[in-house]
Design a protein around this ligand. Sequence first.
Ligand code: URA
Length: 241
Amino acid sequence: MQRSMATPHAPPADLRRSLEATLRFARRSGAWVVPGVAAAGSGDPERAGETLDEIRAALGDCRRCRLWQDRAHIVFGTGDPDARVVFVGEAPGYHEDRRGEPFVGRAGRLLDRMIAALGWSRSEVYIANVLKCRPPDNRDPAADEVAACAPFLERQLAAIRPAVVCALGAHAARALLGVEGPMTDRWGKPAERHGVPVVPTFHPAFLLRNPAAKRRAWEHLKTVSRLVRDPGVVDGPGPAR
Ligand code: URA
């Protein structure tokens, strides 16, 4: 998708505040798809059988939040539409925005090695992000941006129906699990979301800065691998700590 040359505009402050309040409510209720804003993916009969191509077409030249103004490309996601594992990161960075593909920079090369260590290749899994457009200067995703983008990830997950979702980093884990606060006690622990286990692990960019954490990340990834082979009962997200 080409960068648009139309005049940039920010959403009105009252719309932003209302979206943020709705998202806070949804998070407290344990959901991350905002009622009324989101088209629910999981279990929505109207969306049953939807393909990734149809979801990409529905996303269109998205302007549902302010991030379209600076993007070069929408980064939809890549990989096997029938993948058993979906890796979900935070948002595209500079390289991903230029290429239109998730995790193609330095962090992406480490993610490729993590996937290879589990015996898979990038084409055998699916890789996506909570946000499909790059936030300026790689800042953290804003609540209204997550609320605008989340329904499409939801629909992608409903179309792929993976055995396991691996959340890369705290932003992805919080968005997927509808939790807030420190992740300290959640890393590596599967938590169920719409009947699918979500395993939060460290973001590859964090691992590049903190290589000593790779040992713990490997334990998390082994949990991902075990759940692909033997999906079992997992805990819910539980209270934030
Ligand atoms: N970091 C992310 O979270 N996602 C990408 O696609 C690239 C870097």
